[in-house]
Design a protein around this ligand. Structure first.
Ligand SMILES: Cc1cc2nc3c(=O)[nH]c(=O)nc-3n(C[C@H](O)[C@H](O)[C@H](O)COP(=O)(O)O)c2cc1C
Ligand code: SF4
Ligand code: SF4
Length: 250
């Protein structure tokens, strides 16, 4: 039996949530799809997979599911995790659910978790908080109990709509300033190969605004333009101010 932790995580928020959830599971094989290192995995019926993505504009980030289109779960169990920045996850969970059913996985459990917003850092600043961590750990225990019970069914109505909402991620204006030391890290880490290896400018057609380059630039040379950030903040402040609860399905 193998246990997998597979996720797309641009600024480590989804990874962090999965790390908490899986803290009582051993010998985990871990892949971040953002590293472009995902290969075809030969899933066996008794394997267990934890799979997580952030919600980008209420959907799974573009092309993530294409990159794992050859997955065949062979009836094995999977736990689905969606993280989001306190606005809404809309059709992200149902899109994941449909994909993994179609690829022959059994959905064992699902959760949606609020994290600090990866673009506007002052939204849901303290999430996950201590209560979130406690609840996620306890959900991990419930998953272990469910695995021991041998009853793997999940009988819930999955939140979201079909057809899914149109993918409309606004392109962020990401700038490089003169603090850039030309280390090349952003070029290496960009999941969509949107950054030029010669002058580190961004090809906007390829960029999915994931924030990975901004988050990882240790020279603080890369940032979202103030105008773009102010516009986004004034829109998000209206819809993100209320405290939202995580959801657990088992
Ligand atoms: C391009 C983009 C779109 C986003 N769209 C949403 C959204 O629709 N709703 C929301 O609540 N949070 C949204 N967020 C916030 C992220 O879903 C959230 O911070 C997530 O935990 C980031 O995870 P990561 O660090 O693993 O990439 C968005 C973030 C980005 C970068
Ligand atoms: S990671 Fe930062 S310092 Fe390094 S090349 Fe990219 S922008 Fe420049
Ligand atoms: S250039 Fe765009 S896609 Fe690439 S890491 Fe930066 S924000 Fe993400």
């Amino acid at each position: 039996m193998s246990t997998y932790k597979i996720y797309f995580s641009a600024t480590n928020k989804t990874k962090n949530i999965l790390d908490i959830l899986t803290s009582k599971f051993n010998n985990i094989l871990e892949f971040n799809i953002a590293d472009n290192n995902i290969k075809n995995i030969d899933f066996n019926k008794d394997d267990l997979t934890f799979f997580g993505v952030p919600s980008f504009a209420g959907r799974v980030p573009v092309n993530i599911l294409n990159s794992i289109s050859t997955f065949n779960g062979n009836g094995s169990n999977i736990v689905l995790v969606v993280t989001y920045g306190n606005r809404a996850y809309e059709d992200t969970l149902i899109e994941l659910y449909d994909f993994f059913i179609e690829h022959n996985f059994n959905i064992l459990a699902m959760m949606t978790v609020i994290t600090n917003h990866s673009i506007v850092g002052n939204i849901a600043k303290d999430r996950p908080n201590n209560n979130d961590v406690r609840d996620i750990l306890s959900f991990g225990d419930k998953i272990l109990n469910k695995l021991n019970s041998n009853d793997y069914r999940l009988d819930v109505k999955v939140p979201g709509n079909r057809p899914y909402k149109e993918i409309k991620v606004s392109k962020l204006d990401i700038i490089v300033n003169d603090k850039c030391i030309k280390c090349g890290l952003c070029y290496k880490l960009c999941p969509t190969n949107a950054i030029s290896q010669t002058n580190y400018t961004i090809n906007k057609d390829r960029c999915i605004s994931c924030m990975r380059c901004v988050y990882n630039c240790t020279s603080h040379a890369r940032y979202v333009s103030k105008v773009a950030l102010d516009n986004l903040m004034s829109h998000l402040e209206k819809v993100c101010s209320e405290y939202k609860e995580n959801e657990y399905y088992i």
